[in-house]
Design a protein around this ligand. Structure first.
Ligand SMILES: Cc1ncc(COP(=O)(O)O)c(C=O)c1O
Length: 376
């Protein structure tokens, strides 16, 4: 099946009572256990609604097995903690979501796990490998500067050095990028973003091999972070339209990036679809589309970024991303507020940076909204 068909048809639960087309919602947290082999319990990650949604996302990513969580951070923290012990070493690319960064800084230090944040390229990651390195963790395109790293090269380095490779694939979505096919061991999503897609749901997903999923699931049942039946159902419903949503969002983002790139009052546009983006050629090779996230810096406008955001009518200043509505935020006070000012500055996350999550609205309306807010 093609991915559009998988979005609609993969992982359906069967409604034997009414023969309805949709998976029934099974809300029970208590299940009878005598005379059964498999004790069902939400925190064991084995309810029908959890299994159905995992099957769907596994099919979309080409994974053998997976786990559905109540947030992206539950997915990230549980996956990382499943494979490390004190004195192990983990390599992270230096530009990642601020919440992931904050988790690493706090808990890795506390549990004496050593780690290195290194520049977003395969050579730097390779030279950071130590005998104790267990995991290589990347995020591409990255939040918020849309940096691109060569996924296949990272997967190869990880395999050659007996490390587990992990990617946060939130920005790309399974529609625009399938890292497992490029050799990555574990794919993570904040499903709160594009998978849910309507800004009304918090969830996260880990997609991987049966063997690794089994290990993560065992830890997940100790750590918690399970997703409830109603949210599983909402996510399943959302995923049916993932491919058309992301296709439209990607097309709109491409046009907005080009529009902004041609404005003299925009200093810089970060979008992997622009031919002068440093990761453009790698993105062309490893992505099916350039995604619907972009960042830019205003320069020479009389407006502050806050004035600009307030003047927008259709586009809403909001935290989070990936919804069907276009939203905007400044990473310094939102997604990367927990990253120190020095680290942000070293990565190029400036006070005038704005991050746009492009929705499915009509492109002319979106560009008109930006123009009137910029007073051009
Ligand atoms: C790239 C990325 N990964 C992970 C997360 C964390 O996801 P959640 O907020 O669902 O825990 C976010 C949240 O913004 C994100 O942008």
């Amino acid at each position: 099946m093609h991915i559009q068909t998988k979005c609609v048809h993969s992982g359906k639960g069967i409604d034997t009572i009414t023969k309805g087309l949709n998976t029934p919602i099974f809300p029970s947290s208590a299940h009878e256990y005598l005379d059964t082999d498999d004790v069902i319990y939400p925190r064991y990650f084995n309810t029908i609604n959890q299994k159905v949604i995992v099957q769907k996302i596994c099919d979309l990513e080409g994974a053998e097995d997976g786990i559905i969580f109540s947030s992206g951070m539950a997915a990230i923290s549980t996956a990382l903690l499943s494979f490390i012990k004190p004195s192990d070493h983990v390599i992270f690319q230096d530009e990642i979501y601020g919440g992931s960064y904050a988790f690493i800084e706090k808990f890795f230090k506390q549990f004496k796990i050593s780690y290195s944040f290194v520049a977003n390229n395969a050579e730097s990651i390779k030279s950071a490998i130590k005998p104790a390195t267990r995991i290589i963790y990347i995020e591409t395109p990255s939040n918020p500067l849309l940096s691109i790293i060569d996924i296949q090269a990272i997967a190869k380095i990880a395999k050659q050095n007996n490390c587990i490779s992990i990617i946060d694939n939130t920005f790309a979505t399974p529609i625009n990028q399938n890292p497992i096919k490029l050799g990555i061991d574990i794919v993570i999503h904040s499903g709160t973003k594009y998978l849910g897609g309507h800004s009304d749901l918090s969830c996260g997903a880990v997609l991987t091999t049966s063997n690794l999923a089994h290990k993560i699931r065992k830890n997940a049942s100790n750590l918690g972070g399970n997703l409830n039946a109603l949210s599983c159902y909402m996510l399943e419903r959302s995923l049916k339209t993932l491919s058309i949503r992301v296709k439209q969002q990607t097309e709109n983002a491409f046009q907005i990036a080009n529009f902004l790139d041609n404005l003299s009052i925009v200093k810089k546009v970060y979008y992997p679809g622009l031919s002068d983006h440093p990761g453009h050629s790698t993105a062309c090779e490893q992505m099916n589309g350039f995604g619907a996230m972009l960042s830019f810096e205003l320069d020479g406008s009389n407006l502050t970024i806050y004035d600009f955001m307030k003047r927008l009518n259709i586009i809403k200043p909001a935290v989070s991303l990936g919804g069907i509505e276009t939203t905007i935020c400044d990473p310094v006070t939102t997604s990367h507020a927990k990253v120190s000012a020095e680290v942000r500055a070293s990565q190029g996350i400036t006070d005038s940076l704005l991050r746009l999550s492009v929705g499915i609205e009509n492109i002319e309306d979106l560009i008109k909204d930006i123009k009137q807010a910029l007073e051009i």
